[in-house]
Design a binder for this molecule. Structure first.
Ligand code: HEM
Length: 408
């Protein structure tokens, strides 16, 4: 059997040697030790089984915090720590403090020039990003089965709106002018999120049915899971922008990728698993993201809550029907069907036929070619996503350790 496999590999190698060699180190078999010399996106020194690797150092520290009932003390200490350059509160347990001191540092390979290009990209494309982060990536998280399961049964599952505003904060922080500078907040947001993921890894397995819900995972949120979710963010955003033919400056595109490579590192993903280029990202997403997308009972409940996103804010163009049609348009018929989203007789065909021309007119590539009303409607829709995004960010958002899982 082994021989047969080896022979097949050799035969394939003879026929498609270069392609085989160029294939990314996927799915999840190699990566570097965190911080090992020379590690950077896509380059690693040590083999890692990403489906059975988590984030050991913070996982142990945070588990200790829960065991010693120090959660409130840590929440209070971290509440006032908001800026990247701000000193850490003395009241933090010393081992956690030492960890955060290290974790807040940018990786050696971070490139300030590329991060500045990312800011330009975010400024130019902010209107699309509101809809893409806020909705396309959000809805996608409902059809990533591991993520849907973990989110649904943890604290966030009971208060999805709150969770969305916190994720919106990450999208906002990564796009802000000073994201990774001392006056910015992205390093803090990433490190706090990393600690929350550790908390979820501690709390969920304590839930009495957890081992039967995820029998194949000792703890949730593996390195592999993190990368799948990573692809639901920048890779998905870039795919959509390309599909819509939004013109993108190559340096800005590289900057946008870089800002997410840095975010991945700061969230505790091992450098070797983070794609080095957009083509690696695309190749990884084809293997690791696309085939896993699927409607599950937990995902359907999360999607159902997401479809009501605009409801409380009275954003008329973000009604359930329109958001359902957008889900179908962005994620396809199969996903819409699996989420039991009904067809929309007006919006489905309108999006299919008029969204493409709308973008071309909006970008000044086409001078005319679509009815004014349709143009106005789509433009207003994008504006309402931005409003939604802003309204989520209006309240001070603090990313804090959860005390419990989803109590429902
Ligand atoms: C919390 C982002 C990967 C599950 C958070 C928060 C952010 C975030 C910003 C804080 C929001 C809050 O406190 O509610 C990200 C990013 C990821 C990633 C950018 C990857 C690049 C994952 C994965 C899973 C996951 C792979 C599950 C498989 C959760 C859960 C919470 C959380 C359960 C806590 C929500 C709560 O109970 O309050 N994440 N996440 N995340 N994340 Fe992630």
């Amino acid at each position: 059997m082994e021989d047969l496999t080896r022979r097949r590999v050799l035969q394939a190698g003879a026929g498609a040697g270069a392609a085989l060699l160029a294939a990314p180190a996927f799915p999840w078999t190699s990566g570097p030790a965190e911080g090992s010399p020379g590690s950077r996106p896509g380059v690693g020194a040590k083999h890692t089984d990403a489906k059975h690797t988590w984030d050991d150092e913070p996982d142990e520290l945070i588990a200790d915090i829960y065991r010693h009932r120090d959660v409130t003390k840590v929440i209070n200490a971290l509440r006032g720590w908001t800026k990247n350059g701000q000193a850490l509160p003395k009241s933090l347990p010393s081992d956690l403090r030492a960890f955060i001191e290290d974790a807040r540092e940018l990786p050696e390979w971070a490139d300030r020039g590329k991060l500045a290009d990312a800011v330009t990209f975010n400024q130019k494309r902010g209107t699309y990003l509101g809809a893409l982060y806020g909705f396309a990536s959000g809805m996608m998280s409902a059809v990533i089965p591991h993520e849907a399961m973990v989110v649904y049964y943890s604290r966030g599952g009971a208060a999805l709106k709150d969770r969305i505003s916190k994720t919106a904060k990450l999208g906002y922080d990564i796009g802000s002018l000073n994201a990774y500078q001392d006056s910015g907040e992205m390093a803090v947001t990433c490190v706090k999120t990393r600690l929350i993921h550790s908390a979820v890894r501690h709390l969920l397995p304590e839930q009495h049915q957890w081992s039967s819900r995820m029998p194949y995972q000792e703890k949730p949120i593996t390195q592999a899971d993190q990368m799948v979710t990573w692809h639901s963010l920048p890779t998905t955003v870039m795919r959509m922008l390309k599909r819509w033919q939004v013109p993108i400056d190559p340096a800005e595109s590289a900057g946008f990728l870089h800002s997410w490579q840095v975010a991945g590192h700061m969230l505790g993903i091992q450098d070797g698993l983070i794609p080095a280029t957009w083509s690696d990202a695309e190749a990884q997403a084809k293997i690791a993201l696309d085939p896993v997308l699927k409607g599950t009972p937990e995902g359907r409940k999360l999607a159902d809550m997401l479809l009501d996103l605009g409801f409380n804010l009275d954003l008329s163009l973000l009604s359930r029907g329109v958001l359902g049609a957008l889900t179908r348009f962005m994620l396809g018929d199969r996903i819409a069907r699996e989420l039991r989203i009904p067809r929309e007789p007006v919006w489905d065909p309108l999006l299919e036929t008029a969204w493409g021309p709308f973008i071309l007119v909006r970008e000044g590539i086409l001078q005319a070619g679509m009815p004014k009303e349709a143009y106005w409607t789509f433009d207003e829709m994008l504006r309402q996503f931005v409003l939604l995004y802003i309204s989520e960010l209006r309240m001070p958002i603090t990313i804090e350790l959860p005390y419990t899982n989803n109590p429902n």
